[in-house]
Design a protein around this ligand. Structure first.
Ligand SMILES: Nc1ncnc2c1ncn2[C@@H]1O[C@H](COP(=O)(O)OP(=O)(O)OP(=O)(O)O)[C@@H](O)[C@H]1O
Ligand SMILES: [Mg+2]
Length: 505
């Protein structure tokens, strides 16, 4: 129909970091009006390839062509000039927290026009509002980005692409922090962009999204291109086979663990209107699931349980004794640890090595007479890197250089060798590939077998049902229902998690 469909081609792209190849001779193409899935295990090279396309990294070899014309993309500004926009995986690195939503949406143009002294604030707000209205009219334009939730930040980034009238949009795991409802809204936007001839590269670890949204599927493995097919000519099994290089059963069998004595007990915990009168019990050997939609208050609850925010009301008992958590350090000391949702900001030190991140919580055990037993430290780190399959050249690599999913594995791995009794896991499988997910489930199961108690907070219904012994449904800050593993069905959980919200309104 349209004689002027845009075409983007990457050919023979190579890239290495400190001598380690991250991309080898990768080719990829994208047509206007197409949604093209880019898939692969954690560390396969997806984000790196996209960073080359968006000008964040320089390729060592290969060419990029738009409509058969070679183009040079060596800075983000050049990429944008060619109509290429990127929503990065780590959203908080792409936004300026101290600026408002509207200013962030307008950021690129403000910096591009920095020669001029004045900005037309009326039109800044109008255009920002138009873009954001499509996504979520409830996000206030004047609010500081620092005060937004992770999912709202994501929407702000996407709104920025809309405002920039991009021709090609890279979406690097956009749905990972979004609720089902927000995901649906994003999909509507993607459909609309597609109709208007925009080409999109869609990175995700959720295969059902791929088959719902995408026209073509490309799979990478170990820095190489291994497959490109029309979505209609492949399926989940085929994709996973190409991703992992072997067939893989996507079931995650639950390990049996013996339920022991009462470990943690919360009574009427409330905090800042986000957590309301939450009571629950956790036994040794037990995995308690807390299911709730994004925004239900799970993260806020995990922060209270970890001593990051004191409760306004309510009590916490650990091993039969009342405890008052003064800080996260205090919680760790008492044996309660947290793998937070926003791993990059709270869960790991990106400027430190994998080894340091893993041994830090564990220093007391590893140091003797005040100095660190380096050998023990390295041995412990290497063991955990192996157990979780963290893809890193050595344990000396800075965590900031690992792929998103591998950073998540480090955030979990660092607590494994500690003497903690209670593990709070807030969306632990976000952004990890199917293979790694199964490793993480196995490790959580083993922790339960060792008599630890696990609170697993998530909005992934199927995962909670697979791993939890008991499930609490959280809605608008409250625990609205407790169900046993046997009782729970996906429809019921979804109903309770969302219906409670309507009842409140
Ligand atoms: N700046 C960097 N310095 C060193 N190594 C890097 C850097 N960026 C990426 N890498 C390495 O390149 C490889 C590919 O990483 P990339 O982030 O592209 O993976 P990915 O496919 O996006 O994975 P994920 O699904 O976990 O996000 C990884 O081994 C990663 O550790
Ligand atoms: Mg990535």
């Amino acid at each position: 129909m349209s004689e002027s469909v845009n075409l983007l081609e990457m050919n023979g792209i190579s890239k290495s970091f400190a001598g380690v190849a991250a991309l080898r001779d990768v080719s990829f193409s994208l047509k206007g009006g197409e949604i093209h899935a880019l898939l692969g295990a954690n560390g396969a090279g997806k984000s790196t390839l996209m960073k080359i396309l968006s000008g964040a990294y320089a390729a060592e070899g290969g060419t990029i062509m738009i409509n058969k014309e070679p183009v040079k993309i060596s800075t983000p500004a050049e990429a944008k000039k060619h109509g290429i926009q990127c929503v990065y995986q780590e959203v908080d690195t792409a936004l300026v927290p101290e600026l408002s939503v509207a200013e962030n949406i307008w950021l690129d143009r403000m910096s591009a026009s920095s020669g001029k002294q004045w900005v037309k604030w009326g039109s800044v707000h109008r255009e920002a509002r138009e873009a954001l209205q499509l996504l979520d009219p409830n996000i206030p334009l004047g609010k500081k980005v620092a005060e937004l939730s992770l999912s709202d930040k994501q929407l702000v980034l996407i709104a920025r692409c809309l405002a920039e009238k991009a021709k090609f949009i890279i979406l690097d795991e956009p749905t990972a922090p979004l609720s089902q409802e927000e995901t649906e809204r994003l999909f509507v936007i993607m459909e609309r962009l597609k109709q208007s001839g925009v080409g999109m590269i869609f990175i995700t670890h959720r295969l059902p999204e791929v088959f719902r949204m995408c026209d073509r599927v490309t799979v990478m493995r170990d820095g190489r291109h291994v497959m490109t097919k029309p979505a209609a000519e492949t399926d989940g099994k085929d994709v996973v086979f190409h991703m992992l290089g072997k067939s893989f059963d996507q079931e995650f069998p639950k390990l049996e663990a013996k339920r022991g004595e009462l470990l943690l007990e919360a009574n009427g915990l409330s905090r800042g209107g986000k957590v309301k009168e939450v009571s629950f019990k956790l036994h040794r050997g037990e995995i308690v699931g807390v299911i709730g939609l994004v925004g239900a208050g799970k993260t806020e609850l995990s922060r209270v349980l970890f001593g990051a925010d004191p409760p306004d009301e309510g009590t916490l008992m650990l091993g039969g004794r009342k405890i008052d958590l003064k800080s996260p350090a205090d919680a760790v000391q008492k044996g309660i640890v947290l793998v937070p949702e926003e791993r990059r900001k709270q869960g790991i030190l990106v400027d430190e090595s994998v080894g340091v991140n893993i041994t830090l919580p564990n220093l007391k055990r590893l140091s003797s007479l005040g100095f660190m037993r380096r050998k023990a430290e390295n041995q412990s780190s290497n063991e955990i890197v192996g157990r979780l399959g963290v893809k890193t050249p050595t344990i000396d690599q800075l965590v900031g250089y690992l792929s998103g999913g591998n950073q998540q594995k480090v955030a979990i791995g660092k607590w494994l060798p500690t003497e903690a009794d209670v593990f709070l896991l807030d969306e632990p499988t976000k952004g990890v590939d199917v293979g790694a997910k199964s490793d993480i489930f196995k490790i959580i199961g083993q922790l339960a077998q060792q008599g630890k108690g696990i609170v697993y907070l998530s909005c992934e219904f199927a995962e909670i049902m697979g791993i939890a012994d008991r499930i609490y449904v959280m809605c608008d800050g409250r625990f609205v229902k407790e169900l046993s593993r046997e009782e729970a069905t996906q429809e019921q959980l979804l109903f309770l998690a969302s219906a409670g919200q309507e009842a409140q309104a």
